[in-house]
Write a protein that binds this ligand. Sequence first.
Ligand SMILES: [Fe+2]
Length: 142
Amino acid sequence: MPVHLDHTVIPAHDKAASAEFLARILGLQVGTDPFGYFSPLELGNNVIIEFADAEDFYWHHYAFLVSEEEFDAAFARITGAGLDYHAGPLGGKGEIYFHSGGRGVYFDDPNGHHMEIVTVPSSKIGPDTRIRTGPFGPARGN
Ligand SMILES: [Fe+2]
């Protein structure tokens, strides 16, 4: 059997608020933890991300694969919430990126974790992939 990610823990200053934030952006529901320790979100591929209260941690990066329609909806929630967004982790403020006929964008959660939504799996990125940045719009055939 191939290996699949089952769950991971994301440190947060406020686990409930952090789970609610990401659930709102991604259109998910916060679950319940039978042990009461985590604020969990279950993703479409059954991976569970579990927010846990913590004080000292460095930012993490998480990328979520979504459909083009889900990207549009999530992007509308990002801009509706007045969040900054970027085409890349270090720049491209106010832009998204395009590659392989898909799109992606970065935004930060309340903990400073760098979240990303993307419509093409990163496994499709190869040495010939051309990544372009620009204003929000539909996916391009690049
Ligand atoms: Fe990424």
